[in-house]
Design a protein around this ligand. Structure first.
Ligand code: ZN
Length: 668
């Protein structure tokens, strides 16, 4: 289940600088590694070496994203640092933006949209700049002239028809031939790849490996063969550096179980055997006692058009004990919440168990998790391992927090919140209540209630996920205003919940529409659910003016007049949504979603888009990593690890390209 960041956010509680530079459609942010200083020296040392391992695979990802990416990145970096012409020129400025985008995307295609980036400058200018450079900086092939080098690379950079998409998902196309990702060799077709992997499938195996996960499929002398990514194989030079850092980390492991995890991962990086990878995942799942945890490897398959081959990624993290205690407190009281909910007793669970999701603090991001990243992770991906051994589900607290804090001061609340008193409420309690609502949604909401005997869980069909998200959100909204939360010490007082009520109604009635293009309906389940709840409560409280849409100077604002009445409305809707779910009432689900969750008022929509556009906000965000510096004694032993946050984006990228320069230009 995915939790998307809301469009409204609370105030900075500290003076940490969460926002950094903006370019193209991107806003760079920084995250704070809260709690790092209070870790033990052993744990800091562990994080230091795991962080090094997390950076060693960067070149792998560039090559996976396209076979020319490393050479193009190195060419652009050479021009960027050694340019002899005017650095105020339009060419140099455009090159700077393009290089920043290539770094951000780990290649020449947009990280989210997959389309090839437009360089924004002319090929002749780049050629002239390349000719002025020391040829040693250009990574020319044996005997290649600078012009020949440019002739080879420029179509890839400038011609919109060459490698137009990183991943092509258009039905009917040959998805392998038309995708730029470097998971398949020259001439390998979609039919080739599908036949190759279908032939390997053994449907009677209860424990199948994730076939194709860690290799490139190529044609050699007309035969299909896998080039496996392991020490001694493809990407072996980078993998050896990862192994070296993992081995340095191992003596500082948090638990003996974690040392075994590291050993197994190293074994897998050496042999490339997917059975070893499964064994590693099982050990990793069992290792829950320690504080520090990490992922390092070929994990997610979103970027393979056939969904088999994994991009390289890494994250180093440690448990946020305070935030995890919060989710554990909710789970421990799950039965109380179930018993006191406003739903009909027939639809309640007699025995209710909450889910404890661990909250973690990210310490380092690498590969496909950098700079654009996830705020929650659920692994491993192997179906049979999930069934037999479970999965680890985490939310990354300091990244969510950084998104929220960066959003403060972006002008959204100034523009859209009705008055100063409400802004004050949001700035005081918005942060804590937002997190708490997410916890209630995840730990209790989804797990609450039961189906009546004989109800088919799939009856609600296309409306099922919107109804399910509404159920979880309403559970959270109803309980965030409950005195029980003050009693448990989870909310500071009995007015804090109002910040969440206001933010939720504003988002559902208005601000979430900034993500919808004019003329379109709301499609996504989480967004439909928010619109459904907000509009239903608005309509049903209309005669008593519980919530109003007021006009001031031609602008529309949400105004909440009666918070306790709004809570009663949320309770009523929760009871009805639970009834729909428990009885499988398809017609009622359809009406609720279609009447309140889909359609957009075109006039209000246009007004919101116009107000939003004036704020000049970037749609995409990513993070600059912190820098860890090891302090060593005369024998080379680490005596302290310091963390700093002031490295500029371009300096970080240039340093990574220099210090984690692990692969040759061409990896065939
Ligand atoms: Zn959910």
């Amino acid at each position: 289940m995915i939790v998307a960041a809301s469009t409204l956010a609370p105030a900075d509680a500290d003076d940490f600088k969460y926002t950094d530079e903006q370019f193209a459609d991107i806003q760079m942010l920084r995250y704070k590694v809260e709690g790092f200083e209070s870790l033990s020296l052993r744990q800091k040392t562990l994080i230091y070496y795991l962080s090094e391992a997390a950076l060693q695979g960067r070149d792998i990802l560039f090559d996976q994203n396209g076979r020319y990416n490393l050479r193009i990145r190195r060419l652009l970096e050479a021009v960027y640092t050694d340019y002899k012409g005017d650095r105020q020129s339009d060419f140099y400025k455009a090159l700077t933006v393009y290089l920043k985008r290539v770094w951000f995307s780990n290649g020449i295609h947009h990280h989210y949209g997959n389309e090839k980036l437009d360089p924004g400058f002319r090929p002749d200018d780049l050629r002239a700049a390349a000719c002025q450079l020391d040829p040693a900086r250009l990574h020319l092939a044996e005997g290649q002239s600078v012009d020949e080098f440019c002739d080879e690379l420029f179509p890839v950079i400038f011609d919109p028809a060459v490698m137009p998409m990183k991943v092509n998902q258009t039905d009917g196309d040959d998805l392998v031939l038309t995708s730029a990702v470097h998971f398949y060799g020259d001439g390998v077709t979609q039919a080739d790849a599908e036949a190759f992997y279908t032939a390997q499938k053994d449907l009677s195996d209860p424990h199948p490996v994730m076939a194709g996960l860690n290799s490139r499929l190529v044609k050699q002398d007309g035969q299909l063969v896998e080039k496996v990514w392991h020490s001694g194989g493809l990407y072996g030079a980078a993998i050896d550096r990862i192994i070296a850092d993992l081995e340095k980390a191992k003596p500082f492991a948090d638990t003996p179980a974690q040392a075994a995890v590291i050993d197994k991962l190293v074994e897998y990086y050496r042999n490339g055997d997917l059975h070893t990878f499964d064994a590693y995942n099982i050990l990793w799942l069992a290792d829950t006692a320690g504080t520090v945890d990490f992922t390092n490897g070929f994990i997610e398959t979103y970027d393979d058009p056939l969904g088999m081959k994994a991009t390289w990624e890494a994250i180093v993290n440690f448990k946020d004990h305070e935030a995890t205690a919060r989710t554990e407190k909710l789970s421990a009281n799950a039965q109380w919440f179930e018993d006191h909910s406003p739903v009909d007793a027939r639809f309640k669970k007699e025995e209710c168990k909450g889910i404890s999701a661990k909250v973690i603090t990210a310490a380092m991001l690498g590969g496909a998790l950098y700079p654009s990243t996830a705020i929650g992770i659920n692994l491993p991906n192997s179906d049979w391992i999930r069934k037999e051994h479970g999965s680890k589900s985490v939310t990354i607290g300091n990244l969510t927090g950084a998104y929220n804090k960066a959003a403060h001061g972006n002008g959204m609340d100034q523009e859209f919140v009705v008055d100063d008193a409400t802004r004050e409420l949001i700035s005081l309690y918005g942060d804590v209540c937002d997190e708490l609502h997410t916890d209630l949604h995840e730990c209790l909401g989804h797990g609450s209630g039961k189906l009546l005997p004989g109800t088919d869980p799939d009856t609600l069909r296309a409306y099922g996920s919107t109804i399910e998200e509404a159920r979880a959100d309403l559970f959270g909204l109803y309980y965030i205003a409950d005195p029980k939360l003050v009693e448990l010490g989870l909310t500071p007082n009995n007015v804090a919940y109002k910040s969440q009520y206001y933010s939720y109604m504003l988002n559902g009635l208005m601000t979430q529409l900034v993500r919808i293009k004019p003329g379109l309906n709301i499609e996504e389940a989480h967004m439909r659910n928010r619109a459904l709840i907000a509009r239903w409560a608005y309509e049903h409280g209309k005669d008593k003016k519980v919530v109003e849409l007021v006009k001031r100077d031609g602008k529309t604002y949400v105004q909440i007049n009666d918070y306790p009445a709004l809570r009663r409305l949320f309770g009523e809707l929760l009871a009805e949504v639970q009834r729909i779910k428990s009885e499988g009432d398809f017609e009622a689900a359809r009406r609720l979603v279609e009447d309140y969750g889909v359609k957009v008022d075109p006039q209000l929509h246009a007004e919101i888009l116009a107000r939003y556009e004036k704020l000049h906000l970037s749609p995409y965000k990513g993070f600059i990593n912190p820098v860890y510096t090891a302090v060593k004694d005369s024998q080379g032993r680490i005596t302290d690890v310091r963390v700093s946050y002031d490295e500029p984006y371009d300096q970080q990228m240039l340093r990574y390209s220099r210090d984690y320069n692990t692969l040759p230009d061409i990896n065939d």
